[in-house]
Design a protein around this ligand. Structure first.
Ligand code: BGC
Length: 343
């Protein structure tokens, strides 16, 4: 009897060993051939379905878009990827060249990416990009540079994630309105300003320029435009434009409006170099709330800025891309609010 039990036990052990070996073998085989198709729904990270996300940024050398793309990658990898799905994110530099960027998108299409996130060099390229993606049936999420409504209507697997630039312009104007004498620091009865613009092809630049001033005139404040020049979102250009304006108009300038913080940092350098003092004899406002600018706002060296929420926008863009991959119905526009930042 004892012998029979020992024999049966050994049989059970042997069987479980064999089963163990064979299941290990099949795991290895699964891991070896990573399957990108939608029906691969393995339950370990190694078996996860892989979703390929192609991101193109208009140029890497942009302070705000650098924070944005870092956040986007981080969110896809750390928060959206899990045991069931891995988001493989490839981010490329459009180098401020639309032809180059269109090629990058073509490569994403040829490599069968599942979704494309595009920060266009030129918003006017949207229709070409949409048609390319439509032919390949690959959804596209535009970020930061808003295409026209007609373009967004070309296909239902297209969406835009951004912020309403009118709101940021209005907030800049309100920051100035709330200052002593509504920003007329030299007391000559009008707010004389320098407008340092981003790339004028971009609605963010157009709306911020228009609505910052409108917020003042709507409240009955008299204004005078001394200079309006494009600084292409660039710190060095912001510095040059402001330096030239200070040389030309001196104490005639009450306010320097910059369409973004990078240019406000340049303006800040020019104002210091000219021996002027923000908060005492001149005011300076930007948009984005870059860390460096926020600390200048705290110390009073920059009057104010407006938070352009790159974290909120990056997360929304990624969430919308996921919806698109999952075949959910997309809205045309997803908008994240701006927030006013003053001392
Ligand atoms: C930001 C700028 C940035 C631009 C790029 C704007 O929304 O405020 O800082 O340079 O987007 O398109």
């Amino acid at each position: 009897m004892k012998r029979i039990i020992v024999f049966l036990l050994s049989l059970v052990m042997l069987t479980s060993l064999l089963v163990g070996c064979s299941s290990n073998k099949s795991d290895t085989a699964d891991n070896g051939s990573k399957d990108n198709t939608a029906d691969n729904t393995g339950d370990t990270a190694a078996d996860a379905k892989v979703v390929k996300v192609g991101v193109t940024i208009y140029k890497f050398d942009d302070n705000f878009m650098t924070l944005y793309r870092q956040e986007l990658e981080k969110y896809f990898k750390e928060e959206l990827s899990n045991d069931e799905v891995t988001y493989e994110v490839t981010v490329v530099d459009g180098k401020n060249d639309q032809a180059e960027q269109t090629n990058q998108i073509q490569t994403f299409i040829a490599d069968k990416y599942d979704v494309i996130v595009a920060n266009l060099v030129q918003s006017s390229a949207a229709s070409t990009v949409i048609n390319m993606c439509k032919d390949a049936d690959i959804p596209v999420v535009f970020i930061n540079r808003e295409p026209t409504t007609e373009d967004l209507d070309l296909w239902d697997k297209v969406a835009y994630v951004g912020a309403d630039a009118r709101q940021s312009g209005t907030m800049q104007g309100e920051i100035v309105y709330d200052l002593p004498n509504n920003g007329d620091v030299n007391g000559d009865g009008k707010v004389s300003y320098v407008m340092v613009m981003g790339d004028p092809e971009n609605v963010d630049a157009q709306y911020r320029t228009e609505f910052s001033v409108k917020a003042l005139t709507d409240k009955g404040v008299a204004v005078e435009e001394l200079v309006k020049q494009r600084g292409d979102w660039d710190q060095a250009k912001g510095q040059e434009i402001t330096a030239a304006a200070l040389t030309q108009f001196g104490n005639g300038i009450d306010v320097v409006f910059c369409n973004n913080d990078a240019m406000a940092l340049g303006a800040h350098q020019a104002i210091q170099a000219a021996g002027r003092t923000v908060g005492t004899d001149i005011y300076l406002v930007g948009v984005d709330a870059l860390d460096e600018v926020v600390s200048y706002v705290e110390s009073g060296e920059i009057t104010g800025t407006v938070l352009n929420d790159h974290v909120g926008q990056a997360k929304t863009a990624a969430d919308v891309a996921v919806k698109a991959v999952n075949g959910e119905t997309l809205e045309k526009n997803y908008t994240v609010d701006y927030v006013k930042i003053t001392k």
